[in-house]
Design a protein around this ligand. Sequence first.
Ligand code: C2E
Ligand code: MG
Ligand code: MG
Length: 696
Amino acid sequence: MKKHTLIFFFEMERAVENKKIIDDNKTLLDQPTTGIQNNPWRTIFIYLVFGFAWILFSDRILEVLIPDHQQYQNFQTYKGWIYVLFTAGLLYVLIRMDNRKIFTLNYRLTEKNQDLVVFSEEMIAIEEELQNKIEALNHSMASLEKHKTYIEGIYNNSSTVIVIWNLDGIILEVNDHYTTLLGYEKEEAVGKSVDMLLASDEHFSLEEHVTDLVTKGYLKNYEHLIVTKSGAVATMLWNDKVMNAPDSDETYVVSFGIDITLEREKEKQIIELAYKDRLTGLKNKVVFEQELNELIDRNQCFALYYIDFDNFKNLNDVLGHDYGDQFLLEYSKAVDEILDQGHLYRWSGDEFFITELTDDESHIRETIDQLMKLTKRKWHVSKMEYYPSISLGITRYPSDGITVTELLKNVEMALYKSKEAGKGQCRFFDTSYKEEVARLIHIESSISRIIQNQAFELYYQPIFQLDNLEITGLEALLRWNMPDLGINTGEFIDVAERTGQIVEVDRWVIDEAFRFVKDHFTDDKFHLSINLSTKSLISSTLLPTIEEKLQAYGISSHLVEFEITEHSLIDNFDQTLSVIRSLKDLGFNIALDDFGTRFSSLNYLSKIPFDTLKVDKSYIDHVTTDGKDRLIVEQIIQLSERLGIKTIAEGVEYPEQRKALELMKCSYGQGYLMSRPINKTQICDLLKAERTKGEN
Ligand code: C2E
Ligand code: MG
Ligand code: MG
């Protein structure tokens, strides 16, 4: 803009100068023209003067010079000739002088004309240039205008609050969003202190803020609350920039503010969700572990209580989960109220933790007493009376352990021991548990190493038809190829189940077992049994995994049987039943494993579409020695047969056991007597031999 203006003025000056030159030339031209115009009169005047003088004086001079009349007459004639000659000469001189002047004038005129042509051409060029400049200027002005409108649009329509204020803290200008968000009109804000929009904050000083701003030139991404005209408070994210006014030396500050109230609220909700238990509002396991670490860091003595309800699932099963939840909510509130130096956390389901800042045993016993009394109180759930019972495990820092892992294992072990002792019991961690705890920690870290190294292997134990000892199927059993870790599969599975690592393990087993079926089961002669843990059964990923693998390996689902334990049914009946049904729909067989180890509810057999029932080894062990066990096994076999369920006896170790089972009409058996679990190469050889035997 400035550049254009300068050029414009420069051109204007040039034009004015050129005009001056033209005017000067005009004056110059005017002067000689006047001289030429006067010339004829001058010539005539000279001619008249000469003529009169001749007539007046020539005769008198001739009379004096020539007295003779005759001669005088002759000389009169000569005088006339002389007069003609003189006047001709005079005219010649005068005309020539005029001509010369005209010529000179013409010459100068031509010159001036040429100058004029040049000037006028220049003028046209300048005018054209000027016109172009004016057009460009107009264009720039129009685009500047557009730009201004555009910037104003952004300024006023942006969802950012823009406040321009001077270093005295006085508001100079605000944009439209300011008025929308704060409810103040522009006139109400301009001239006031920026303080008016900020929520009072004892840590904030405008003076310090300005000093900081002036030193740095800007302040980025700082949060400050604002108060609207209606008194509402909003969280704003501010960015301030110190700037100089374009037309003066004045310094001012532009503050850009974004309303992040919603984001902060959402963040708060997310944090609450992440750290608070949804049902009870108590701190969850994440916070629990964090705070446990903090207590240890501060080396503060504390007691850790682990509460677990006895048979809580009965309440859920009878009244439904909503009532179970309602009870847990009320119970947690009541416990929270009786704790003065303690903190209550929800671990999961019906499990809670308490940390209490004390190492005084009598205080701890008092708390236990209060908890037990509170629990034994009559509770009402869904207008029904409910008498809950809890098991309690207690450990102390630092006397029992000094790390979170150690303390958690201790308290878990103490709870386990109190559960072992029956319902409504409480146990303090005892140093005699230390070995067990150490082993638990060892198993957990071993499992992690095995999982990390994917060092799994599947062994296969054949299942035989007891009368002719033909192999009818195999059970896939988990092993790992790592230096002896001193743990067996049962322990591995138990701990992996507790830690949740089992889901990953079972996924690997399913993949490997399906691959085995694809590679080695060329006909329908054998089936393969795969164990499924409770955690896997209720995991949302189980069915999609099985379907995915089924499709990937393209095997027939009826060649696979999934073994589930009673344990899974007791803990999550509805969910387990629904998974079993889905598996059946996919064409898989289902076996009830370890039958007889728990409650052995025959009810399950009629409610769940089992194909196979596996009688637990603990019965088979005494089938030849204990009349009662023998009777039970006999009854189970007969009942299963009537229900169309095939029976497999587990852990057959002696020929007498096999004989007894055969007599009881138990069709199938599995045990060290016939074969131990063996590796893939060995089982392949065995299957090959079995096929050849069949062909012969
Ligand atoms: P289970 O499913 O009841 O498997 C049978 C267990 O009895 C196997 O123990 C097997 O080696 C053992 N066994 C078979 N015949 C005899 C015998 O005559 N005498 C003795 N003393 N034992 C016999 P293993 O392999 O140690 O597995 C223990 C348990 O671990 C299994 O019991 C099963 O519940 C679980 N398990 C094994 N593999 C897996 C797996 O891949 N996934 C899951 N979720 N659990 C598995
Ligand atoms: Mg099994
Ligand atoms: Mg079993």
